[in-house]
Design a protein around this ligand. Structure first.
Ligand code: NAD
Length: 497
């Protein structure tokens, strides 16, 4: 199957939807070098396009454009009502181009087309609309400092923000950054992951069409160690907002220290526990949520509930239900409307997940569902939903982020052990507890060191609630009004009477 055949299957996607050059100063420009990288459709392993592998010179150009736009005040000092109108229009345009953007997203990362169309794209557009609405709801303070002086505490944009994002929810993760960064008046350089540049490049055009002034949003595709590093080390970037692995997140802290002490915020990995206690009285509901929590998006989710921490009294009954769901869930063609489980994003990630399945077996855990590649005839990268039983929390499959459809079930004797095991990880992104005992629910919610704790549910979310991690899952929050703190600084202005 050729790239043309694949594109022909996608509603509203044409070859011209696929942009391959950096978007700087309001237009697609020639990159400084001929270097490119390939994007591959992971559903069939077909090459789709060669994309400019931007380097230092391209990053310098994008930063210069962003700086010029910021200093000119064309956006940073635009009246809030006008900024709101433009961002609202931007969000509307994303929705008007929903089928095109959904097709581009699936072509890059192999998630089911219905998920892209009904989940990722509307949610990304909704995020932009939410921050557009918030623009004139967030303002400064007047401090009580004395009768002979008035002290205003005002919020100011940081300036030039670099947003470096991953491939698992390419457009949503980008918009979690773009929404609050643009709403607060910054100029942004977006660096999409090398696996998934299509939607980032396409929305740059839509933002311009909505009225965002040139230079306020630049998009620089490229490899992490080139374009990403150049942004991290740049002396004229004021802030890096990053979502990705803990390993690379730590590099951004180093880049900041080696350059201009730029602000850094990090949304990193996770190894989230789902605790189920003996008194859980809805094992079917819990099993459905546990399966969805690890198999959605083929497990390539930062807050995937990848550790099932279950009390021994209900372990067999619960696991039986989870295994039944896992076994029923079949990977399918991501472009097929009925597919629920898509592909893994790339061959490299496929091999990484398969290697963890081997590690789990060699560590002595038992595979009770899946464990193998799926749809090998497709040429793509698919893995069966996999469940390991008899996992010890010290095993690598319980401690390391696999980022694939692999659940590790750990049996515990009681509530205290469950909480200890839940916290016994370097990560702290999210956790869940399933119980009818309100005291245990409250105790666990406070005792677990994680940025989000769900009780008798999993993966509930809203733009109104912050999202982010404790411990090595990062710091700083996406979503909610709190995210605006990452892109602004407070200034105290003292006016003597
Ligand atoms: P990654 O860290 O490999 O890449 C993320 C981004 O960093 C990409 O744009 C990449 O090009 C860039 N990058 C890579 N190496 C770099 C370097 N040396 N210098 C500068 N930039 C570099 O992560 P990924 O594989 O794209 O995504 C998966 C990871 O993202 C998982 O660990 C997952 O948990 C995490 N994630 C976290 C959240 C969250 O909100 N906490 C959300 C989604 C994904």
């Amino acid at each position: 199957m050729t790239a043309q055949d694949l594109i022909a299957r996608l509603k509203d996607v044409t070859p011209s939807s696929i942009k391959t050059k950096p978007f700087v100063d309001g237009k697609f420009v020639d990159p400084a070098s001929d270097a490119t990288f390939e994007t591959i459709y992971p559903g069939t392993g077909t090459k789709i396009a060669d994309i400019a592998a931007c380097g230092q010179v391209d990053v310098d150009r994008a930063v210069a454009s962003a700086r010029k736009a910021f200093e000119s005040g064309v956006w940073s000092r635009m009246a809030p009502a006008d900024r709101k109108r433009i961002l609202t229009r931007f969000s509307e345009l994303m929705l008007e181009h929903r089928d095109e953007l959904a097709g581009l997203e699936t072509l890059n990362v192999g998630k089911p087309i219905t998920r892209s169309r009904n989940g990722d794209i509307p949610s990304a557009a909704g995020c932009i609309a939410w921050y557009a609405d918030a623009i004139d709801k967030v303002y400064g303070e007047v401090a009580e400092t004395g009768p002979d002086v008035t002290t205003m505490v005002v919020r100011e944009p940081l300036g030039v923000v670099a947003a470096v994002v991953p491939w698992n929810y390419p457009l949503s993760m980008a918009c979690w950054k773009l929404g609050p960064a643009l709403a607060t008046g910054n100029s942004v350089i977006l660096k999409p992951a090398e696996q998934s540049p299509f939607t980032a490049l396409r929305i740059a055009e839509l933002a311009l069409e909505a009225g965002l002034p040139p230079g306020v949003l630049n998009v620089v595709p490229g490899l992490g160690e080139a374009a990403g590093k150049a942004l991290g080390l740049h002396m004229d970037v004021d802030c890096v907002t990053f979502t990705g692995s803990t390993e690379v997140g730590k590099m951004f802290l180093e880049y900041s220290g080696q350059s201009n002490a730029k602000h850094v915020s990090l949304e990193l990995g996770g190894k989230s526990p789902q605790i189920v206690l003996n008194d859980c009285d809805d094992l079917d509901g819990a099993a459905r949520a546990i399966a969805a929590g690890i198999f959605s998006n083929s497990g390539q989710v930062c807050n995937a509930g990848s550790r099932l921490v279950v009390e021994s009294g209900i372990k067999d009954a619960l696991l039986e239900r989870v295994v039944a769901i896992a076994t029923d869930l079949k990977a399918g063609d991501p472009l097929d409307e009925s597919t629920q489980l898509g592909s893994i994003v790339s061959e490299k990630q496929f091999e990484r997940v398969m290697s963890y399945i081997d590690i789990g077996k060699s560590e002595g855990a038992s595979v009770v569902a899946g464990g193998k590649a799926a749809r090998p005839e497709s040429g793509g990268f698919f893995i069966e939903p996999t469940v390991f039983d008899n996992v010890g929390n010290g095993m690598r499959i319980a401690q390391e982020e696999i980022f694939g459809p692999v659940l590790s079930a750990i049996t515990v004797a009681d509530f205290d052990e469950a909480v200890t095991v839940a916290n016994d990880t370097i990560y702290g992104l999210s956790a869940a507890i399933w119980t009818r005992d309100i005291r245990k629910a409250h105790r666990a919610a406070r005792a677990i060191r994680a940025g989000v704790v769900w009780v008798n549910c999993f993966d509930r979310g809203s733009m109104s609630a912050p999202f982010g991690g404790f411990k090595q899952s990062g710091f700083g929050r996406d979503k909610s009004l709190h995210a605006m703190d990452k892109y602004t600084d407070w200034k105290s202005i003292w006016i003597a009477h």
